[in-house]
Design a protein around this ligand. Structure first.
Ligand SMILES: [Zn+2]
Length: 212
């Protein structure tokens, strides 16, 4: 058997351009999320008066409670630091961090994330061919039913998700609920900060919702 890391193929130049643009989107989403978390630390202290919160602070507190199941200042600080680490990982990613594999390979992966995966929380990031599917001309969002291509935000979420595995060694604690969930006010199966903190899906979902 060849070592597993030999699986797939390196990126084509056009594919690297897609990833480069996606990395830029992902870094913006992650740094925006970290900044917003920094802005709610004081709000979550017991002495804070919610009447004095700005609209952005209010919505950030709501998203933090909704997706990370916490209203504690220390948890927000810890999560802010986690996002800064994810940003460091996204900043460090080069072309050779990625391999492209058949869609079927990703589907077979037990801990796969739909269209991408890492093994043992280590590089490379394996991306399905599907990751690079282009939308048909004139289409700006996926049609109903099974999507034929990923949106820019979905691509960015997939890379944020992989960076959370790589840098924070998160798993999918509490459940795998899908990177394509786009309902920011909706629920997911996670029950506690501890679960969300160790679940890569929670990171890509909050980064998506905090950068809308
Ligand atoms: Zn994952």
């Amino acid at each position: 058997m060849f070592p597993e890391r030999q699986e797939g193929r390196p990126l084509k130049p056009g594919e690297w351009r897609v990833i480069d643009a996606t990395l830029r989107d992902a870094r913006l989403m992650v740094s925006r999320t970290a900044s917003r978390l920094a802005e709610i630390y004081n709000c979550l202290l017991p002495s804070s008066d919610p009447k004095r919160w700005t609209p952005v602070q209010k919505s950030t507190v709501a998203l933090f409670k909704q997706h990370f199941k916490s209203d504690k200042a220390m948890d927000a600080l810890q999560l802010q630091q986690a996002y800064r680490q994810i940003l460091g990982e996204l900043n460090a990613m080069q072309q050779n961090a990625f391999r492209v594999v058949d869609n079927a390979v990703v589907r077979r992966e037990k801990e796969g994330d739909g269209h991408a995966f890492v093994r043992g929380n280590a590089l490379p990031v394996y991306l399905a061919e599907f990751f690079f599917s282009e939308p048909p001309p004139g289409a700006d969002k996926p049609a109903k039913g099974k999507p034929k291509f990923l949106t820019a935000a979905q691509r960015a979420r997939l890379l944020i998700h992989q960076a959370a595995h790589l840098k924070l060694e998160t798993g999918h604690r509490g459940g795998n609920f899908g990177f394509d969930r786009g309902d920011c006010a909706g629920g997911h199966p996670l029950k506690s900060f501890e679960q969300a903190y160790d679940n890569a899906f929670a990171y890509d979902l909050l980064a998506y919702c905090a950068s809308q």
